[in-house]
Write a protein that binds this ligand. Structure first.
Ligand code: PLP
Length: 426
C-alpha cells in the first residue's frame, strides 16, 4: 500500500509547530514517547465491549489485563476504590455520571460557564443543559473565587439532586469540604470534575477530591499528562469524611450504574490502545519524577502570574494555586479583546486561548481575557527564568498587537529560545 504522504506531512508540520512555539494553553500537555507508542499500537485493532472478565467479544484476554492495570494504577494514584477508564473524553465521563444519577428534567448545579465552568456542567448547548435542569453558581466579583455562600443559598432554594465542582478556567483551590456539607444538607450527590488540576492532585500538591466527593471525573490529557480521554472514580464506601455511613452496598450499586452509563449507556467498544496509554501515564504519575514535574508546573504558574502582575496585568483572583491563570485584559488594555490578543500571540508563536472573565461585558467570541497555563511548557523543561521572559514577550506583543514587525521580532526570539527545549524533558 502506498504511504499516505499527505497526512504524514501534515503530522510533521504539526510536530514542527509544537516544537518552535511556546505552548501556554492550560488544558494541553506533551506526552512521553511510551504514552504515544501505546496509542499507536496493535490494541487499536481489538473490539472489547464490556468490562474485564465480562466482554461481548472473544479474544479479550490480553486487553482485559491492560484495562485492569489501568484501573489498578489510577485507583492507587488517587486512593480510589472504583475506576472506570473507558470514557473516550472528559465530557463523556461527565455525561455518563449525569445519565447514571439523574433523570431527564432533574435539577443539578454547576459553576456557570461564563465564570470558569465547563460546557458539560450545564451549558444550554450541551446535553447536560438540554436534558437536565442546570442551576449555575458563580464567582464572587470582588475576590474572583467561588461564592460558596451563594452556592448554599441556591442549593437550599433549588434542591438539586447533584452538585458539580471543578472548572476549566479557575486558578484557585476548591473547598470540597464546604461543598460536601452543602450537598449533605440538601441530600444531593457531590461530583467533582478535577480535569484541570488532576496531575497536581496526583502529586499531592492540592487537596484530593476523592476523599470528599461521591463521584470524581477527570480527563487524562491535561495535567495528568496522558492520552486524550476520561475517567470516573469513587472513593471508599461512598461515605462522607466525618464518618456518616451510607447503607452497605451503595458504592457497589453506584459502580454498576456508572459502568452501565458508560457502556452501553453512551459508548460502544472501548479504545483499548488509549486505555493502554492511560495505564502508561498513570504508571508515570506514580513515579517520583512526576511529583518534581508537578511542583515545577505550580512554581512556574506562580512566577508567570507574579511577573504579569508586576507588568500591570490583572489576574482574576489575584494569582493562582494551580497550573493556570485567567488574565483580565481590561485594566491594562481597555480596548483590547481576548480575540485580538489571542491572534497576536499566536502569530508570535505563543499559543494561548481567549476566555471570558467573570462578569465580562464582551461576548464569548470576543472576550476580555486570555487563559494561560504552564503544564506543557514545563514538560519541555522550562523553569522560572523562562517564565520571566514569557511575561515580557506577552507584554511586548500586546502593547502593539497589530504591528507585524513587533510580532515577527518576538516570534524570532521565541523560535530561537525553544530550540533549547525538547518536547518531553522528563
Ligand atoms: N471537564 C473540564 C473541567 C474541562 O476543562 C474539560 C475540557 O477542557 C472537560 C471536562 C472535557 O474534556 P474533553 O475535551 O476530553 O471532552
Amino acid at each position: 500500500m502506498q504511504r499516505d504522504n499527505t497526512i504524514f506531512e501534515l503530522i510533521e508540520k504539526e510536530h514542527q509547530r509544537q516544537l518552535k512555539g511556546i505552548e501556554l494553553i492550560a488544558s494541553e500537555n506533551f506526552v512521553s514517547e511510551q504514552v504515544m507508542e501505546a496509542m499507536g499500537s496493535y490494541l487499536t485493532n481489538k473490539y472489547a465491549e464490556g468490562y474485564p472478565g465480562h466482554r461481548y467479544y472473544g479474544g479479550c484476554q490480553v486487553v482485559d489485563e491492560v484495562e485492569q492495570l489501568a484501573i489498578d494504577r489510577v485507583c492507587k494514584l488517587f486512593g480510589a476504590e472504583y475506576a472506570n477508564v473507558q470514557p473516550h473524553s472528559g465530557a463523556q465521563a461527565n455525561a455518563a455520571v449525569l445519565l447514571a444519577v439523574l433523570k431527564p428534567g432533574d435539577t443539578f448545579m454547576g459553576l456557570n460557564l461564563a465564570h470558569g465552568g465547563h460546557l458539560s456542567h450545564g451549558s444550554l448547548v450541551n446535553t447536560s443543559g438540554i436534558l437536565y435542569k442546570p442551576v449555575g453558581y458563580n464567582l464572587d466579583e470582588k475576590t474572583g473565587r467561588v461564592d460558596y455562600d451563594e452556592m448554599e443559598h441556591l442549593a437550599l432554594e433549588h434542591k438539586p439532586k447533584l452538585i458539580i465542582g471543578g472548572g476549566s478556567a479557575y486558578s484557585r483551590e476548591w473547598d470540597y469540604k464546604r461543598m460536601r456539607e452543602i450537598a449533605d444538607k440538601v441530600g444531593a450527590l457531590l461530583m467533582i470534575d478535577m480535569a484541570h488540576p488532576a496531575g497536581l492532585i496526583a502529586a499531592g500538591l492540592l487537596e484530593n477530591p476523592v476523599k470528599w466527593a461521591h463521584i470524581v471525573t477527570s480527563t487524562t490529557h491535561k495535567t495528568l499528562r496522558g492520552p486524550r480521554g476520561g475517567i470516573i472514580l469513587m472513593g471508599k464506601d461512598f461515605e462522607n469524611p466525618w464518618g456518616l455511613k451510607t447503607p452497605k452496598g451503595v458504592t457497589k450499586m453506584m459502580s454498576q450504574l456508572l459502568n452501565s452509563a458508560v457502556f452501553p449507556g453512551q459508548q460502544g467498544g472501548p479504545l483499548e490502545h488509549v486505555i493502554a496509554a492511560k495505564a502508561v501515564a498513570f504508571g508515570e504519575a506514580l513515579q517520583p519524577e512526576f511529583k518534581e514535574w508537578a511542583k515545577q508546573v505550580q512554581k512556574n504558574a506562580k512566577v508567570l502570574a507574579e511577573e504579569l502582575i508586576k507588568r500591570g496585568f490583572t489576574i482574576v483572583s489575584g494569582g493562582t494555586d494551580n497550573h493556570s491563570m485567567l488574565v483580565d485584559l481590561r485594566t491594562k488594555y481597555p480596548d483590547l479583546t481576548g480575540k485580538v490578543a489571542e491572534n497576536a500571540l499566536v502569530a508570535a508563536d505563543i499559543t494561548v486561548n481567549k476566555n471570558m472573565v467573570p462578569f465580562d461585558s464582551r461576548s464569548a467570541f470576543q472576550t476580555s481575557g486570555i487563559r494561560l497555563g504552564t503544564p506543557a511548557i514545563t514538560t519541555r523543561g522550562a523553569k522560572e527564568d523562562l517564565m520571566v521572559e514569557i511575561a515580557a514577550f506577552i507584554e511586548e506583543v500586546l502593547n502593539d498587537p497589530e504591528n507585524p514587525e513587533v510580532i515577527a521580532s518576538v516570534r524570532k526570539r521565541v523560535n530561537e529560545r525553544m530550540k533549547e527545549y525538547p518536547l518531553f524533558a522528563y
